[in-house]
Each structure stands twice: as structure tokens, then as C-alpha cells.
Ligand binder design. Structure first.
Ligand code: ARG
Length: 457
């Protein structure tokens, strides 16, 4: 493609280090679409003849059909998807193929193709997160009244409902979706026509190619257009944040599925066995989701470091932009599917959850709150009195509501028999009816809103 200026050809090392075709062949659909938009515009503007434009467009269709049928051929000599396609086009239609590259460069071509790919990836992630939300809200709706221990520091804190716990992940997924939607919207300017870096002297119509490719408008600065990879970083940042959330959900399932907890039985379809211990059922999918978050964050770090300190406009370092994005997208797709399946297929052992909520003095805050409300004691003092009750109960190895009235009154005479009604886990969750709290009525309201938002009602 540039033989005119060279005497010797590239060495084997040069060809190997230069080749991006092994990975950028994934962009072939976007490359064909962008070339078709470009050549249609060249024809409409009279930059190439109508006959050549039609011949090229037809040839591009034939190349696409070949790729579809037998894959993209990989030759290091042709470096990348752009040259591979153009070379095949020339074989198919002859010298007219040489007119396709008028008024463009691989620099604006690759930026356009990659941006198109990333826009699709943003839309796919948004849709997959929507499916996870549907699973979460469905299971939450089944468990608005199922009581489990809520934890801070992984120590029993206060009783919560399972529905409330699942809806916490619904909220995270919603924020993740908004990040992908935002990344998609921000990537709505088309770089095609920026050419190598400075624009072109040909009378191109950038608005026409932008709109033909589904972009809202052309980019406004040609240097920025070919050097910008923010759209890929935006995608990776959203992917990394999503992966962190998924890793937390995965970790909870791993803990809950362990025998001492026994809160959940994971679906067989997303578990594995042990080759030596017949009793084992391992949460491998959840562990891999937890692990893959590290790789996805690594992809983000990789591209950030590639872009750090690069001068305008295009530098070949930027060819390394694609592998981390493709890797992260593949991993994210898998992780989202695995966690959606796990939420859908998990069997929650609500009796064990409820029994665990009874342990660990989870309703101690309710005793303190009762002292504030019923006996008008300042909260700090109530906290102190409750601490004494917990200490006594712990010493005896009993629950708070198993202490006698006499025991409690010895700690503070202002306590009376009404306290026992406040100490049950049901009363505890029902009391937390502040907006966004764990009370079943609150969780039911949030589930109903979420179902409407997801179009399920
Ligand atoms: N294979 C290159 C890439 O993926 C295409 C752009 C080449 N541009 C250039 N000036 N050599 O980034």
C-alpha cells in the first residue's frame, strides 16, 4: 500500500509486530459499513464517478459475504482489517478499488470502526444489565418478607429482608446502565473525514457519512478525531465498575453457599464438582466472576497507560487499544450472563437465613430505639444500657428476648414488658420503614417502582 517510497520490504519481525489483523478482524462489519458510507458519499459528491461508487459498493458486499461465509483471512503482510478488505476488493473489482481510499486515512477509518464497535458494546452491556435487573427484581419480589441477618464488617448488624438485599444490586446495576448509556451518548460524533489528521481538500460531506452510520454529527476537530480513544476508556470504565459490582454479588453467593452459612443453594448448571471429594459442589462460576473483575480492571489500566502521554495525533501505540476492549467485553458478557443465571436459579434457604438473623443480638438497636421512644432516654444512654443487656445475655448464652423482665429491670428500671414486642426480628424489620429502609412495605414499594421502570407491569 505504500511501496512507492520503499526499496526493501519489511522484515519478518516488522511484519509481525505491525500486524493487528489477528485481533482487528473483529471490526470487519464496522469496516465494511464505514467504507460503504464513505463511497456512497464520494459518489454523491462527484469525487468518484457514480459507476465506480456502485462498483465499489457492490464489491464491498461481496467481500462481506466472503467474510461471513469463511471468516477474515489473516495475513501479516496486509497488517490490518482495513488493508485486508481493500486488497480483497481490488482482487474482486480491479483498479476502481483504489478510489475507495480517496479523502480518508486509516487513522479516521480505524477511529470510526472502533467507535461503532464500542457503541454496540455499550448498548449490549446496557441490555444485559437490564436482564440482570429483571432477575433481581423478580427474586426480590418473592422475598420482600424473608428475613436474614444484615451485616456490617461481615458481623451481624441488624435484620434485613432478602428482597432488600437483592434490590441493593438492582440499584448498582441501574447506575452501571446509566454509565453505558452515557458512554454511548458521548460517542455519538463521527470521526470519518478527519483523514490522516488535518482533514482533506476533497469536497466531502461529513454530515452525510455521520448520519449514514448512525452518529448524531461529525466530530469538530480533525486532530482530536484521530487521537481520541476516550470512547473506549469510557466503555472500559463502565465495564470495570460493573465488574466490581458483579464481583461483590458473586462473593456474597460464595459466602452464602458455604456450609456454615447455608443461605443459598446455587444452581447445578452454574456449579462444578470435585474430582476427589464426592460431596463437593463448588461455586466456580461465582469465583470466576470475582476473578474476572481483576482482568477487566486490568484492561482499563492497560488502555489508560497506552494513552498516557501520547502526543497528537495518531501514534502506532494506539493500535494496542483494541485487545483490552475486546477482552473486557467478552469477559463482561460472560460475567453478566453467569450472574443473571445465578440470581434466577438460586434456591434461597429462608429458614436458615431467619434463624441466623436471630443470632448475634441483631435486634440490640431495637432495644436501644425502644428506650428512646418509650422511655424518652437519650440515644447515647440507651446504647449504653443495651450494651449491658447484650453482655448479660451473652454471658448466659441466651438471646436478648430470653432475658427475664427482672434481669432487664435490674439493668434499668425504666424497661417494661412492652419491650419484648420490639425484640423480634419481624418487629425489627417492620420498624425500619423510613424511605429506602428494609421494612417489607418499603421493599414492596421499591420492587413495584422497579417493575414499572423495567416495563414488567
Ligand atoms: N492498524 C492500525 C490501527 O489499528 C490502523 C491505523 C494505521 N495508521 C497508520 N498511520 N499507520 O491503529
Amino acid at each position: 500500500m505504500w511501496g512507492g517510497r520503499f526499496e526493501g520490504g519489511p522484515s519478518a519481525i516488522m511484519r509481525e509486530i505491525n500486524a493487528s489483523i489477528p485481533f482487528d478482524k473483529a471490526l470487519w462489519r464496522q469496516d465494511i459499513a464505514a467504507s460503504k458510507a464513505h463511497v456512497a458519499m464520494l459518489g454523491a459528491q462527484g469525487i468518484v464517478s457514480a459507476e465506480d461508487a456502485a462498483l465499489i459498493a457492490d464489491g464491498l458486499e461481496r467481500v462481506a459475504a466472503e467474510y461471513e461465509a469463511s471468516g477474515v483471512p489473516e495475513s501479516w503482510d496486509l497488517e490490518d482489517i482495513h488493508m485486508t478488505t481493500e486488497s480483497r476488493l481490488a482482487e474482486l473489482i480491479g483498479p476502481a478499488a483504489g478510489r475507495l481510499h480517496t479523502a480518508r486515512s486509516r487513522n479516521d477509518q480505524v477511529a470510526t470502526d472502533f467507535k461503532l464497535w464500542v457503541r454496540e458494546a455499550c448498548a449490549a452491556a446496557d441490555a444485559a444489565l437490564g436482564a440482570l435487573q429483571v432477575a433481581l427484581v423478580t427474586r426480590a419480589g418473592e422475598h420482600t418478607d424473608s428475613i436474614m441477618p444484615g451485616f456490617t464488617h461481615l458481623q451481624t448488624a441488624q435484620p434485613v429482608t432478602l428482597g432488600h438485599h437483592l434490590m441493593a444490586y438492582y440499584e448498582m446495576a441501574g447506575r452501571d446502565r446509566s454509565r453505558f448509556v452515557d458512554a454511548h451518548r458521548r460517542a455519538s460524533e463521527c470521526p470519518l473525514g478527519a483523514a490522516a489528521l488535518a482533514g482533506t481538500g476533497f469536497p466531502i460531506d461529513r454530515a452525510a457519512t455521520a448520519s449514514a452510520l448512525g452518529f448524531a454529527m461529525p466530530t469538530r476537530n480533525s486532530l482530536d478525531s484521530v487521537s481520541d480513544r476516550d470512547f473506549a476508556l469510557d466503555y472500559l470504565m463502565a465495564a470495570a465498575q460493573t465488574a466490581l459490582h458483579l464481583s461483590r454479588l458473586a462473593e456474597e453467593f460464595i459466602i452464602w453457599a458455604s456450609q456454615p452459612f447455608g443461605f443459598v443453594v446455587l444452581p447445578d448448571s452454574l456449579s462444578t464438582g470435585s474430582s476427589i471429594m464426592p460431596q463437593k459442589k463448588n461455586p466456580d462460576a461465582a469465583e470466576l466472576v470475582r476473578g474476572h473483575a481483576g482482568r477487566i480492571v486490568g484492561c482499563l489500566t492497560s488502555l489508560m497507560i497506552t494513552m498516557k502521554g501520547l502526543p497528537l495525533a495518531y501514534s502506532k501505540d494506539m493500535q494496542d487499544d483494541k485487545p483490552p476492549v475486546f477482552e473486557a467485553a467478552g469477559l463482561l458478557t460472560l460475567c453478566l450472563a453467569a450472574m443473571t443465571g445465578m440470581v434466577e436459579g438460586a434456591t434461597f434457604r429462608t429458614l436458615r437465613m431467619r434463624a441466623a438473623a436471630e443470632l448475634g443480638y441483631a435486634t440490640a438497636t431495637d432495644l436501644a430505639d425502644w428506650l428512646v421512644t418509650a422511655a424518652n432516654i437519650p440515644f447515647r444512654e440507651a446504647h449504653h444500657i443495651t450494651g449491658a443487656a447484650v453482655k448479660l445475655a451473652e454471658g448466659r448464652g441466651v438471646a436478648l428476648d430470653q432475658l427475664s423482665m427482672a434481669d432487664l429491670q435490674a439493668i434499668d428500671p425504666r424497661i417494661d414488658a412492652r419491650i419484648f414486642a420490639a425484640l423480634s426480628v419481624e418487629a425489627s424489620v417492620a420498624a425500619r420503614a423510613s424511605y429506602g429502609g428494609t421494612a417489607p412495605e418499603q421493599v414492596r414499594a421499591r420492587v413495584a417502582e422497579a417493575r414499572t421502570a423495567l416495563g414488567l407491569e
